[in-house]
Design a protein around this ligand. Structure first.
Ligand code: GLA
Length: 392
């Protein structure tokens, strides 16, 4: 059962003895197509999923933030006056977002709350971005700050880059902040323009968690970023977004072999993402599926960020007649794949893929049918609090 607002409110009452003032929800995401393109100023097509990080909170009179993590069975606190880095741990995400919002000039209020989530961790479903956006949403609600999803996603990304030290792009935070029910979002990662794209009728998005977790992902991720930068320098453009296939093919022979393959992925992936949007708009699930399959092959062979477990689960999915297409999703090296499947057949699909994958690898996968959801929301609890009134 997914978490809901009643459960998180009850947790708050158990800990603080009163009702919370705000209930916050920020979703994880799955990326349909457009992988490793966001930091190349390219295009991505993610959807927010119906798994989220929840916070229940009420204001405090002082400048402390006190949070109980239900999932870690731990409580932590810090002062908004002097947020200092305290090493690894979930509270660093909360602190990092507070630092980033304050650095951008926002005046924050102290609060106390409980937090819990059902986004699987380190699976490529952006549990960290969901935590950051939930935190930003809480600070905005309690501090009377108008919610601007794009600006807040940028500040949450800055927290991840500068406080946590992970050099991610903008996709995960932006989809968690701005997701739209029943839609994927085409995001232009240069302009941050967003276009909601409806799903063709009769299809379901299914997440296939390999139950393997990524090792050394940060160093491999940073290495791919550096390689893309070298490729952009080779073409003398600001980012690989500015290179089309025609230019690439004209000069590719002169490139270093590895850099050439990395660039090839990014350039073709941008193109596939825009084609996938067209396919979805004309209701062409088969074309969408084909593009996803090509994306997987490109990530596996040219970008080299897939893994054996991901390749096996993708192949198991493709062996089912009800599957239109499948690919690894997120940064890679483990975690999840995503498949587009005939809606009527999802139960049989999930059973067959689970059995096949388990027989081949010995791992028990987790398989979820996703409902594309809205981005972060703040619900005032018990009594009406105008959104833009400061709690402190
Ligand atoms: C991670 C990063 C994103 C994006 C993907 C790959 O999820 O956080 O910014 O780069 O990998 O598409």
């Amino acid at each position: 059962m997914p978490l809901d607002k009643k459960q998180i409110a009850r947790q708050f009452v158990d800990r603080f003895g009163q009702s919370p003032q705000w209930i916050i929800r920020a979703p994880g995401r799955v990326n349909l197509i457009g992988e490793h393109t966001d930091y190349n100023d390219g295009f991505v097509l993610p959807l927010a999923i119906d798994r989220a990080v929840w916070i229940a909170a009420r204001p405090r009179a002082d400048r402390s933030v006190v949070v109980r993590s239900i999932d870690y069975a731990e409580e932590a606190s810090f002062s908004l006056d002097v947020p200092v880095k305290g090493g690894p741990g979930w509270i660093e995400y909360v602190k990092g977002v507070a630092w980033s919002l304050q650095e951008a000039g926002h005046e924050l209020c102290g609060w106390e709350g409980v937090m819990s989530g059902d986004v699987p961790r380190e699976a490529g479903l952006s549990s960290s971005a969901a935590l950051e956006i939930a935190t930003a949403r809480a600070f905005a609600a309690l501090g009377g700050i108008a919610w601007d999803p794009i600006a807040m996603a940028r500040l949450a990304q800055r927290a991840e880059n500068r406080w946590i030290g992970v050099n991610c792009g903008i996709m995960d935070q932006l989809i968690s902040a701005a997701g739209r029910e029943d839609h994927a979002l085409l995001i232009d990662c240069r302009t941050l323009e967003i276009q909601p794209v409806p799903f063709p009728p009769g299809i379901a998005v299914v997440v296939l968690d390999t139950a393997t977790r990524r090792g050394l992902v940060d160093s491999a991720y940073n290495q791919r970023r550096d390689q893309c930068k070298s490729a952009a320098e080779f073409f003398r453009v600001p980012a690989l977004r500015d290179v089309d296939l025609e230019l690439f093919q004209r000069v590719a022979a002169d490139m270093d072999e590895t850099i050439r393959r990395r660039a090839m992925h990014v350039i073709t992936e941008n193109d596939r993402t825009l084609q996938a949007v067209e396919a979805m708009r004309r209701g062409d699930s088969a074309a969408l599926g084909m593009l996803m399959n090509k994306s997987h092959a490109s990530l596996r062979d040219d970008y080299e960020v897939s893994s054996e477990a991901l390749n096996i689960i993708v192949q198991s999915a493709l062996n089912q007649v009800s599957c239109y297409g499948a690919r690894m999703t997120g940064a890679g090296f483990g975690g999840c794949a995503v498949a587009v499947v005939d809606r009527e057949s999802t139960d049989g699909f999930a059973r067959a893929v689970a059995a096949d994958y388990q027989a081949q690898t010995g791992h028990t996968p987790a398989i979820y049918v996703c409902h594309p959801s809205n981005g972060a929301e703040a619900i005032s609890h018990g009594w009406h609090v105008p959104e833009e009134r400061r709690a402190c």
